[in-house]
Design a protein around this ligand. Structure first.
Ligand code: KIV
Length: 257
């Protein structure tokens, strides 16, 4: 059965939320069996297109990848990142969020920022668009994955941003690279689920970029655990294929018309 936003919220304080990114149908089809939430992240800019920053990701690219992911998602919640410069004010955000929802049939959109975007979040929610927040490290605005929340001012800001996003109607918040004890405090102080990435197991759930987890994307950061070396597996298969082609072992009669 297709999960709803409320199902995700109800998981808070009961069971951990599992989420991953997907950029295409075939991957989404696999993840859909295991995830509560699938995010079409604008991380696709660096992972797939080698952009220096997610700022270069276009709305068109997000929509095309999301349409592909949509075909593979039957049960999980599907959330799509709003790319940089597509939500600078409530009017622009509403127009672009409506476009994303209409074209991709996703369940919600995700926006980066705290207090600064609260008016925008309120406008989207008022127009029946579900919004996921994203605070801590903001890849659209920050230059590195340096953790956030070690200094008192920064801690207060992150906690305040989380409370404001909840009050504005966000249904969940991604905490990226937030110091562990602050992630715990934020998770305790708000009633919507926090989804951590590099923010300890004190969050209500976790998210990772799938390509990082399977060793396809050559990233080396503390918060990624590599569960598979898919490059090795692909290399093995391609080596065998190349040998077969060169030795006339592929295609055989059974592969031919
Ligand atoms: O763009 C992305 O993939 C993300 C997640 C890593 C949270 O925002």
């Amino acid at each position: 059965m297709k999960k709803k936003i409320l199902d995700l919220i109800k998981k808070k304080n009961k069971s951990k939320i599992v989420s991953l990114t997907a950029y295409s149908k075939n991957i989404a089809t696999i993840l859909d069996n295991f995830c509560d939430l699938i995010l079409v992240g604008d991380s696709l800019g660096s992972v797939l297109y080698n952009y220096k920053s997610t700022r270069d990701v276009s709305l068109k690219a997000m929509i095309e990848h999301s349409k592909s992911v949509r075909m593979g998602v039957k049960k999980s919640l599907m959330v799509v990142d709003m790319p940089f410069n597509t939500y600078r004010n409530p009017k622009e955000a509403l127009k672009n969020a409506k476009k994303i929802i209409f074209k991709t049939k996703c369940d919600a959109v995700k926006l980066e920022g705290g207090k600064k975007i609260c008016k925008i979040v309120k406008t989207l929610v008022k127009n029946n668009i579900s919004v996921m927040g994203h605070i801590g490290v903001l890849p659209q605005f920050d230059k590195s994955f340096k953790s956030k929340g070690k200094k008192i001012l920064e801690r207060n800001k992150i906690l305040n941003d989380a409370k404001l996003l909840e009050a504005s109607g966000a249904f969940s918040i991604v905490l990226e690279c937030v110091e562990s004890s602050l992630a715990k405090l934020v998770t305790k102080k708000i009633n919507i689920p926090t989804i951590g990435i590099g923010s300890s197991n004190n969050c209500d759930g976790q998210i990772l970029v799938l390509d990082d987890l399977i060793g396809l994307n050559p990233i080396n950061v503390r918060f990624v655990k590599k569960y598979l070396n898919i490059k090795k597996e692909i290399s093995k298969a391609v080596l065998n294929y190349s040998k077969d082609v060169r030795n006339l072992q592929f295609p055989l009669k059974k592969h031919s018309y």
